[in-house]
Design a protein around this ligand. Structure first.
Ligand SMILES: Cc1cc2nc3c(=O)[nH]c(=O)nc-3n(C[C@H](O)[C@H](O)[C@H](O)COP(=O)(O)O)c2cc1C
Length: 184
């Protein structure tokens, strides 16, 4: 796929089925993540693969998180939380790993972790797969953080849902860049 075509026409795909990237294709995603701009070459991220029954196990954590935040949550909401991670065959939790550094503030390290998430999504699209970057309230809930071993300044930057798109999207609308650009 042409690089500009990917940059200009990529879309997120919420409806994903098997297969997800695996083997060499999955390794390509990680290599893309490891190539993003990274001040100080700190590699301030890690990736947790959630697949198979791991999706249900993390779903149970999400359900427990929901019930802690909202003990009166109805059956529909409980069920939604339980099956949240099953919306794709593979979910990659992208987690920032902030290091104390004299020249690279935490903010820049969070950006690098975000770039890694985007690079993985783009590498998936370039190989014919699809994905969507999600966060939501569970990404910051202490129970979900604890389940994924996230503490301190580190963040769950995103859950990257990956798989094969159910349908191909039409061309994306092209917004006018004028409202976002000025000259100094
Ligand atoms: C940091 C971040 C968090 C996001 N969290 C969610 C989310 O929780 N749920 C969601 O539907 N979309 C979320 N999105 C947006 C989607 O990834 C996607 O960009 C959006 O659905 C628009 O689709 P498009 O990328 O094809 O334009 C998030 C995006 C970013 C960058």
């Amino acid at each position: 796929m042409d690089a500009l075509d990917l940059l200009l026409n990529r879309t997120s795909e919420p409806k994903l089925v098997a297969p997800a990237p695996q083997g060499e294709a999955l390794e390509t995603l990680f290599q893309a993540a490891l190539r993003v701009p990274d001040h100080g070459a700190l590699h301030p991220y890690r990736f947790v693969l959630i697949e198979g029954e791991g999706r249900q196990r993390l779903g149970q954590v999400c359900q427990a998180a929901l019930l802690e935040s909202d003990p009166g949550a109805d059956d529909k909401a409980r069920d939604k939380a339980l099956h949240l991670l099953e919306r794709a065959p593979l979910v990659v939790a992208v987690i920032s790993c902030i290091q104390d550094h004299p020249k690279v503030p935490a903010f820049e390290q969070q950006l690098t972790a975000g770039l890694a998430a985007h690079a993985m999504q783009m590498a998936a699209v370039a190989q014919g797969f699809g994905g969507i970057w999600r966060t939501g309230s569970y990404a910051v809930h202490p129970k979900v953080r604890a389940a994924l071993g996230v503490s301190g300044e580190d963040e769950i930057v995103g859950f990257l849902y990956l798989g094969t798109p159910v349908k191909t999207k039409f061309k994306v609308p092209r917004p006018d860049s004028n409202g976002f650009v000025s000259r100094f």
